[in-house]
Design a protein around this ligand. Sequence first.
Ligand code: UGA
Length: 441
Amino acid sequence: MKISVIGCGYLGAVHAACMASLGHDVIGVDIDADKVAVLNRGDVPFFEPGLEQILQQSLASGRLRFAVAPATDELVDVDVHFVTVGTPQSATSGAADLSFVNSAFDMIEAAVKSSTKKPVVVGKSTVPVGTAHALAKRIAPLGLTLVWNPEFLRESFAVEDTLRPDRLVYGLSDDPAHAVHGQSVLDEIYASMLAAGIPRLVMNYPTAELVKVAANSFLATKISFINAMAELCEATGGDVVELAHALGHDVRIGNRFLSAGVGFGGGCLPKDIRAFVSRAEELGVEDAVGFLREVDEINQRRRDRVVDLSFAALGGAVAGKKITVLGAAFKPNSDDIRDSPALDVALRLHEHGAQVTVTDPEALGAVEKRLPQLRTQVETMAALKGADLVLLLTEWDEYKNLDPAVVRGIVAHPKIIDGRNVLDAQAWKAAGWGYRGLGRH
Ligand code: UGA
């Protein structure tokens, strides 16, 4: 099939490369000319394990190329358009900004008007419930079918999650002819994945849109739940790591996404729960998801807690003190710093006058670009030199495996706050460190 993938960020670039690897002829389109050039060279403009190999193989096969939007000529001959643009949080409220989605549909309309083909449009972006219905109405006069096919990939496992997802969700039109057509075209695209036994779940548009935001809301709630328990542990002398471990033995609860710490960040969970609340308000059902405001607040409080603990560890004042922050990305194995808890904490301490040095194996380029006021140092040991306080805020393996005795010889004062509860507290204490986890004593 001839496929376009409109929007080549974390989701689109991976989707384009993976669809080409399945044997489709793919054109990826993006407004960022630099990104298009980088992708066409076979380089990945962000850190995503495994993507470079599949991208280069797909480019070499001749089945994948990238073009600068609007690329109308390139889109004319396409059978299926995937819309994979971002839906960031609006600058003025918690709602999602749909301007990129609308421009993608503008591009599709322009291409269709100069073509004899009637392509299927497949929406993958995370959108407020009701969007698919409105977009389907918009393209109906052109005779186009819309399918809403949300994406559940995790950054740092993006290739695996795209080629071997837990499930494929198809949100189909209420119009039976459009529904049958959309389903059969998507079945053809994903034929090899379906043959491999990946479950395909068919539903209407609003349900498909809700699956996506409900999944991210559930994950965010699970993290904030255990972080709320961390607050209780702090007030009572409990240990949230042991608590989570014990809870996880109940298979109904499970232990995944039950790691307490500085909380969730990234380009998805925080903005998706806010957009969900905002959409529920518009629909007059805000009470149904009012708890997500609490989820957000618990999450923000964890960042406050690390800042407070830093003040306490440094005798009540951080001005002039050397603080080393281990990790800048919102999670390990990623260079994404969107709404990163680590950087939020680093920035706040910097604003309080601390001499903050941030280190990260992959994300420092992004930090230097977006937060030039922060001092960066890529070498972990150099970053730790002379520190009055160390904060571990993104759990890269390199930081988890640090030898407390070795690091003790480098810092000025052996004090560490383990914002991800990943270090062996006893080993660090035994090596002479003042160790604080979150929700642990
Ligand atoms: C998330 C979802 O996990 C994906 O299923 C979804 O497709 C994606 O958003 C999206 O909407 O595109 P991602 O943002 O890549 O994926 O990151 P996660 O692995 O979910 O982690 C989110 C944050 O939660 C990170 O900051 C992580 O450190 C934090 N986290 C995760 C915890 O604090 N505790 C945990 O137990 C797990």
